[in-house]
Design a protein around this ligand. Structure first.
Ligand code: GLA
Length: 382
């Protein structure tokens, strides 16, 4: 009960067997960054890395949670007392989902929960959304709620917005809930409509590298909220419901109507939505290598206009490109986190080594390298 390794079983913790086991993955976004809260497009894939949850209902109104990554103790909470801001640390995420379900009128009670995750945390790979979605999909089954995947994703997003206090959009939760193996999720954040776009990198001898810069990204520090507020102010000044409604053709006329500090934000969002549509067209045409220049252009826009890059992500992109990547960009919210690089499979080790060497020469902590293969969204395992 006091060990922090993954060897402590559900039965060790709670003295009985779980009623089921579920998993929800982390994600990388191919393109479409900081577009979701502007009601635009994104194109994430699910990672094989996931949060696994075992759970069993309780009838006494207690929520007991334990995580193999959480430091050893079972955290015990009273479901009826859950309130935004009331739960510190990682336990806030499972608590938030239970709160959001009940706040939306769903009759859920307590549970015993065991969590284990191999999604790197703080790496911009949506470990928080994976945790929320794992709890959401487990409670949906345990309490027979019958909610569809997009509804669960929205509840998980609300949990993070209202309970944890991070004003994120819906991309991470939609990716974790709705992605399918072998496909990218073409997400329209305005109406939550999705299309599975086949991505067969292996057939094109391509590999998608994920280079975690080890710079801890943290969206809770206010910068993300400020960017979101800037976008919403720009949309209001233009008389639009959201920046999604601004067409690329109308951008030149719109920019002079905005204060200078908001113009780069708007330029990024409009350009990024167009890049998602362009990327989808290349994937539909069976040409994934053509994504390369789109990824690199997306990075330049995040670095220069949106200003959410950092020296480590910029260096990873430059080193990957210099070593022959078709394209590279930071993925996720920014301020650190991970870079993706699209490379020939035969060159993958060389590109990863070149980035590692560039980091060594710059005096940065060595990056961690993963390979992203489009994996399955949230699901029941047993
Ligand atoms: C974070 C947020 C998402 C999205 C991305 C940027 O991952 O959680 O909602 O805004 O940043 O695209």
């Amino acid at each position: 009960m006091t060990t922090s390794t993954g060897t402590t079983t559900f039965t060790d913790l709670y003295g009985r067997a779980p009623e089921g086991e579920w998993a929800a993955p982390g994600r990388v976004n191919l393109i479409g960054e900081h577009t979701d809260y502007n009601l635009g497009f994104a194109l994430p894939i699910a990672l094989p890395q996931a949060v696994r949850i075992q759970a069993a209902r309780r009838t006494d109104g207690l929520l007991r949670v334990w995580s193999a990554q959480g430091g050893g103790e079972v955290t015990e909470l009273r479901v009826a007392d859950l309130a935004p801001g009331a739960v510190p640390g990682w336990a806030a995420y499972p608590a938030a989902v239970v709160w959001a379900l009940r706040d939306a009128g769903h009759e859920v009670g307590g549970a015993d929960i065991r969590l284990d995750s191999d999604v790197p945390s703080g790496a911009g790979l949506s470990s928080s959304a994976a945790l929320e979605c794992a709890v959401a999909v487990a409670f949906n089954d345990l309490y027979g709620l019958g909610l569809a995947a997009p509804e669960l994703a929205l509840l998980a997003q609300r949990a993070e917005n209202a309970f944890v206090g991070v004003p994120c959009g819906n991309m991470d939760q939609m990716a974790s809930m709705c992605c399918r193996p072998g496909a990218a999720l073409f997400l329209d954040s305005r109406d939550l409509s999705t299309r599975q776009v086949p991505v067969d990198l292996a057939a094109a001898d391509l590999t998608l590298l994920v280079l975690d810069t080890r710079v801890k990204h943290d969206l809770g520090d206010g910068a993300y909220a400020a960017l979101r507020a800037g976008c919403e102010r720009a949309a209001a000044l233009l008389g639009l419901p959201a920046l999604r409604a601004l067409d690329a053709a109308d951008l030149p006329a719109a920019l002079p109507r905005l204060p200078s500090e908001l113009r780069p934000l708007v330029r990024h969002v409009v350009g990024e939505n167009a890049r998602v549509e362009e990327a989808v067209a290349h994937l539909d045409a069976g040409d994934p290598a053509a994504l390369g220049p789109i990824l690199t252009a997306g990075h330049a826009s995040l670095r220069d206009d949106y200003q959410v890059s950092c020296p480590e992500t910029d260096l990873a992109v430059e080193a990957a490109l210099a070593a022959g990547a078709y394209g590279a960009r930071m993925t996720g919210g920014g301020f650190g986190g991970s870079v993706i690089a699209l490379v020939d499979t035969a060159a993958a080790d060389r590109v990863a080594a070149a980035v590692t060497e560039a980091f060594r020469a710059a005096g940065y902590t060595a990056p961690r390298t993963l390979t992203a293969v489009p994996a399955e969204g949230a699901r029941r395992l047993g």
